[in-house]
Design a protein around this ligand. Structure first.
Ligand code: SAH
Ligand code: SF4
Ligand code: F3S
Length: 457
């Protein structure tokens, strides 16, 4: 069974639902953009009459929206596909579709390793999922991977949470960080028109959404590729425009790139009441030598200067980051520099990753400089311990304060409590009758590095 590449023109319009009464399940492996794409895929499937169920084994259609940022993402996909083969052997009518970043990168490999997959689609054509399913049902397995996007696809989304929404402001990335596969699978930057973004936020607000998170791989370059009537709306201005939408109480965004994070954005954050006091600024490494090898475009001093700028302009700012340990050639001294920057920046939280070579990226070629696994694990452990203690100290310092929470729903840790987020994106569990989507004031009474406990205030 071989997959065929479609080269027919893209047809988005559909006449009427053709899959009424059939069920689908989606598993999402990647980042927020991947999650948001899955919401779009779900929206398209529901418009085609399908109903979502939780268990993939019982669904008529299973969609796997994949990620390839690190090696373990690949392993997870093939593990799931193995499990689905067993389900499909018992129910041969089941359809399996694989989309997203790993599909974009590995089109032929998926076909080779899992010939029971019916549809393979990429990042640039997730909006074609229903047409591709039609094709597969009529003609057999199909693969469609497009080289690039020409615009940001806008589709009806099906959201799991009523009060909070993702909003794509741009797709792709023009940077060339040497460890990163994203530009290869998501293409170059394309910004959405500011008016379209604001209208989407207005319609979300009309639907009861009170919190939006603006999405892009490098939001600080938003708008540079768009000129309308001789004017470029850059990210700082977009923040102000979204901030003026009535009913939106909280605005977050991810991710900014430290090299492009400037005063105009920090000032817009400070001056726009709805924009939350939260910044995710990915450090990656604290060593100037490694930062240069990563092509990050800043050094430790410049990174710390951005942190200082943001903290000075935005009172009570919470700061989070991403750090990679074990980049090729990282010495103990380089790693010490990372620990030093972590000590100085005092992040509220950090996502830490072990470097994972991604075939096709520049760093993956540096095979002779790969770091011994045990050495990397030891560094990863030490970094984790340092951040653990800083996270605990920063959260403990909040005890006694009264904060505004947006309630997300029942706490996963303790069924007697609900979970909510502060404006600074801290997770707080508290006993309250307030429903999901409402605001509640809480006095913080206990802290761990990763969450706090509160009492109604
Ligand atoms: N656009 C974002 C990053 C998106 S990828 C930015 O520039 O900040 C999310 C995180 O995954 C990165 O910040 C990085 O820390 C991590 N990451 C990316 N490629 C990786 C790799 N090859 N190995 C380990 N971690 C990686
Ligand atoms: Fe990857 Fe760098 Fe682009 Fe982020 S900015 S997506 S790390 S290439
Ligand atoms: Fe996101 Fe993974 Fe793709 S992190 S952009 S889903 S490779």
């Amino acid at each position: 069974m071989s997959l065929i590449q479609l080269d027919e023109p893209r047809v988005r319009e559909r006449r009427r639902p053709t899959r009424s009464g059939r069920t689908y399940a989606i598993r999402t492996f990647g980042c927020q953009m991947n999650v948001h794409d899955s919401e779009g895929i779900a929206g398209l499937l529901e418009a085609d009459g399908m109903k979502r169920i939780a268990e993939p084994e019982n669904a008529d259609l299973v969609v796997l929206n994949t990620c390839c940022i690190r090696e373990n993402a690949d392993q997870k996909l093939y593990g799931t596909l193995g499990m689905l083969k067993k389900a499909k052997d018992q129910r041969p009518g089941m359809l399996i579709a694989v989309g997203g970043c790993l599909a974009q990168k590995d089109e032929d490999i998926i076909q080779e390793r899992a010939p029971w997959v019916d549809v393979v689609f990429g990042t640039h054509n997730f909006d074609r999922v229903v047409s591709l399913l039609d094709y597969a049902e009529e003609w057999g397995p199909v693969m469609e991977i497009l080289e690039e996007s020409t615009e940001v696809a806008v589709v009806p989304v099906k959201r799991d949470v009523a009060h909070s929404a993702w909003v794509t402001i741009m797709i792709g990335c023009n940077n060339a960080c040497t460890f990163c596969i994203v530009p290869a699978v998501r293409g170059g930057e394309i910004s959405r028109r500011p008016g379209d973004i604001v209208r989407e936020v207005e319609s979300l607000s009309a639907d009861g959404v009170v919190e939006v998170t603006l999405l892009g791989q490098n939001v600080n370059s938003y708008g540079r590729d768009l000129e309308l009537n001789g004017h470029k709306t850059l990210f700082a201005e977009l923040l102000r425009q979204v901030g003026a939408v009535e009913g939106i109480e909280r605005i977050r965004y991810t991710s900014p790139h430290p090299k492009d994070f400037r005063e105009d954005v920090a000032v817009a954050m400070a001056e726009t009441p709805a924009v939350c006091e939260q910044l995710h600024l990915p450090l990656q490494s604290g060593s100037d030598r490694i930062l240069a090898a990563m092509h990050r475009g800043y050094n430790a001093e410049r990174f710390l200067a951005k942190v200082e700028l943001a903290r000075r302009l935005i009172p009570n700012l919470a700061l989070s980051t991403d750090i990679i340990v074990g980049f090729p050639g990282e010495t103990e001294e380089d790693f010490q520099h990372t620990l030093d920057v972590v000590e100085q920046a005092r992040f509220d939280s950090a996502f830490t990753f072990i470097y994972s070579p991604r075939p096709g990226t520049a760093a993956a070629e540096l095979v002779d400089d790969f770091i011994d696994k045990d050495v990397v694990h030891d560094r990863y452990q030490r970094l984790g311990e340092l951040q653990h203690s800083i996270g605990l100290e920063t959260n403990r310092a909040l005890i006694g304060q009264t904060v505004e929470l947006l309630i997300d729903g029942p706490s996963k840790k303790d069924p007697e409590r609900k979970s909510g987020r502060t404006r600074t994106n801290k997770l707080v569990h508290l006993k309250t009758e307030q429903p999901a989507g409402s605001f509640a004031d809480a006095r913080l009474v206990e802290a761990t590095p990763y969450f706090l406990l509160g009492e109604p205030a």
